[in-house]
Design a protein around this ligand. Structure first.
Ligand code: ATP
Ligand code: MG
Ligand code: FE
Length: 345
């Protein structure tokens, strides 16, 4: 089955074609980052308008890249939520319109299920069950995954997401949006021993996270340095390093706990923050110690993309799942645990 995947939940327009027999045939992405950078974050109305501009040309591009005509598509999967409602509606309405015209099935897919399945686009995909660490701009979750749609939430952030904390810290350091790669870059030249930032909620049992206090701690440290006239380039790098160490350490501690609690031997990490090199390195090290195998998507599939939506949708479409005619879905808030397994699995 050849499935066109469409992702428009936030600030990237992602389109891909996934073949359930042959794998990924084509994948294209247009990032709006430069447009939003001027405002220091995503402006929802601008995002929707830009998806409208980019989506159809990108669909044509993946068809050309795959050497396919529209009529050779078997189904369409689009991101139905969670995300910015106006942005979601661009993808949803285009998907439904096209599916109607081509007379093929169409299905709204959960964005985080897409992230979670992204490692399955790689050469040695994980088998179920596994523990998933979902770390993105809007989510920080640990999930026990028994199969697609068989999710048990083990813990999540009670306030900011890890990616959001990176983005806010970047702003405080005067770095551009999105902040994750920028903070990580600056942290490279930082001294990990100069400051020690708190590891929030690690001193008590449980698998929830909290990152807003860490953000305040960063702000206070920067203010103190500034008042003392010590806020030079090295100090900024040292702060970036201390912040990154604290986030990574916190995520690693909770992953370790989740693996111990569930007894599972596979760990999947996905979402934008899973591109973080220090996090990957630390988790690889921890996993090796306890005989756990770690899986993650290639860099470009850590952040938003159409390929993960095509893949997650394809498995459900293959099982016969589809939206009712004309029932396009755009759900800004949509807890992943409410999903069910594809029919017949
Ligand atoms: P969600 O998926 O929760 O709706 P989103 O789609 O905006 O949110 P993603 O596109 O998955 O999130 O990831 C973007 C986030 O990842 C941003 O917050 C960005 O700063 C962060 N990020 C990207 N690369 C890195 C990195 N190397 N280190 C840390 N954070 C990173
Ligand atoms: Mg994004
Ligand atoms: Fe995302």
């Amino acid at each position: 089955m050849r499935v066109l995947g469409i992702e428009t939940s936030c600030d990237e327009t992602g389109v891909a074609i996934y073949d359930t027999d042959r794998g990924l045939l084509a994948d294209a992405l247009y990032s709006q980052i430069a447009m939003h950078a001027e405002y220091g974050g995503v402006v929802p109305e601008l995002a929707s308008r830009d998806h409208t501009r980019r989506l159809l040309p990108l669909i044509q591009q993946v068809l050309d890249d795959a050497g396919l005509a529209r009529g050779e598509l078997d189904a369409i999967a689009y991101t139905a939520g969670p995300g910015l409602v106006g942005a979601l509606m661009v993808g949803a309405s285009t998907a439904h319109g096209m599916a109607r015209a081509l007379d093929i099935p169409v299905l709204g897919v959960h964005h985080m299920e897409g992230h979670l399945m992204a490692p399955m686009l790689e050469a040695s995909p994980p088998d179920f069950p596994f523990v998933a660490l979902l770390v993105s701009g809007g989510h920080t979750q640990l999930v026990e995954v028994r199969g697609q749609g068989r999710y048990r939430l083990l813990g999540e952030s009670v306030d900011d997401a890890a990616g959001e904390a990176f983005d806010k810290t970047a702003k405080m350091l005067g770095l551009a949006y999105p902040g994750g790669p920028q903070v990580a870059g600056l942290a490279e030249s930082g001294d990990p021993k100069r400051f020690r930032f708190p590891r929030p909620m690690t001193d008590r049992p449980g698998l929830d996270f909290s990152f807003s206090g860490l953000k305040t701690h960063t702000l206070t440290t920067l203010r103190q340095l500034d008042q003392a006239g010590e806020l030079d380039e090295q100090a900024r790098a040292d702060v970036a390093r201390a912040f990154e160490e604290a986030v990574v350490d916190t995520l690693v501690i909770k992953c370790r706990r989740a693996l111990d609690d569930t007894g599972l031997k596979r760990l999947v990490m996905a979402g934008g923050v899973s591109a973080n090199a220090r996090l990957r390195e630390r988790l690889a090290h921890e996993a090796e110690k306890r005989g756990v195998r770690v899986y993650y998507p290639r860099g470009r599939f850590c952040t938003d993309n159409g390929a993960m939506i095509a893949l997650a949708g394809a498995r459900r479409l293959l099982a016969g799942e589809r939206d009712a005619l004309g029932q396009m879905k755009a759900v800004p808030r949509w807890p992943m645990e409410t999903l069910a397994a594809p029919t017949g699995t």
